[in-house]
Design a protein around this ligand. Structure first.
Ligand code: GRG
Length: 280
């Protein structure tokens, strides 16, 4: 459902040709759709219909996709592959990749603004919160902090602060947006915010763990190697076992917040466990 809707939005809101091809290339490149799935599952737990949550779920995935396209550019991580395929700028060219990212970013607000299943008040809330989560005090700010911290000594507190912004804010948004379009109370929204924040860190710690275990095998590096990587990670700071313990603390925190939010926990609780033990 998410895949079909994303494709439809890109087709409807862009002109056929190079920009549309570049947008569709990254939208259809086989991402896990973690953020929209979390958003739809949270909305469902709070009694909202899928129609009410689908535009904002797609909007969130568009922002995630744009961030990956730009993150891969030569000026940033300079990566040739993403999800086992050539990165957008390798498949097309740098200018096209920049524009495809820009177009996905701007489209993300437009589809919420035009969604007829949401009230005016909901549209303003969702665009405001998504803009905050992805902007200079959110994901973009976190990316800047991350780049500035390369090749420097980083404390655990600084590392968590970077990830709360860079990765955490979009995951946090997936949870609060889902609760908001449903029938959440102020108290349950607070607990879901706590859950979303913990989930962001769980996701990042597992990402770092996979870099030294699972993923290393796939890309042919020796397991445990962090050769050539100037970035701080949880395993570098805490050791592999320490990183796993830190992740477990956040799993407990996320599960606790979910229990206190007072909704049907089944799918969300399973998603917390899936994200903390995912192998890719
Ligand atoms: C360039 C504005 C700008 C921001 C970049 C999120 C981000 C900020 C960069 C991504 C780099 C990265 C590898 C971050 C670590 C965690 C993460 C977001 C991984 C990718 O997310 P998944 O696993 O990706 O959900 P898929 O491919 O499944 O969509």
């Amino acid at each position: 459902m998410i895949n079909a809707q994303l494709k439809m939005y890109v087709r409807d809101y862009s002109t056929p040709g190079r920009i549309q091809d570049a947008m569709l290339y990254s939208i259809e490149a086989g991402g896990k759709r973690v953020r929209p799935i979390l958003l739809l599952a949270t909305a469902k737990a709070f009694g909202a219909s899928e129609e009410k949550a689908l535009a904002v779920a797609c909007s969130l995935e568009m922002i995630h996709t744009y961030s990956l396209i730009h993150d891969d550019l030569p000026a940033m991580d300079d990566d040739d592959l993403r999800r086992g395929m050539p990165t957008n700028h390798r498949k097309f060219d740098e200018a096209t990749a920049i524009l495809a990212g820009d177009a996905l970013l701007t489209l993300s607000s437009l589809i919420i603004a035009e969604d007829s299943h949401l009230t005016d008040q909901e549209r303003v809330f969702l665009i405001r919160e998504l803009s905050k989560a992805s902007g200079a005090k959110g994901m973009v700010g976190g990316q800047m902090q991350d780049m500035l911290s390369e090749n420097t000594e980083v404390s655990l507190e600084q590392l968590e602060n970077i990830h709360r912004n860079k990765t955490g804010q979009l995951l946090r948004f997936s949870i609060i947006a889902g609760a908001y379009v449903g029938n959440s109370t102020e108290e349950s929204l607070e607990e879901m915010t706590r859950m979303g924040e913990a989930l962001g860190l769980i996701f990042q710690i597992q990402d770092d763990i996979l870099d030294v275990t699972g993923d290393a095998e796939v890309i042919g590096k020796p397991i445990g190697s962090d050769e050539g990587n100037a970035k701080s990670t949880y395993p570098k700071l805490l050791g592999l076992e320490g990183a796993k313990r830190q992740k477990e603390r956040y799993v407990q925190e996320a599960q606790d917040a979910l229990r206190k939010a007072g909704v049907d926990q089944t799918i969300l609780s399973e998603l917390i466990d899936y994200l903390s033990s995912r192998d890719h």
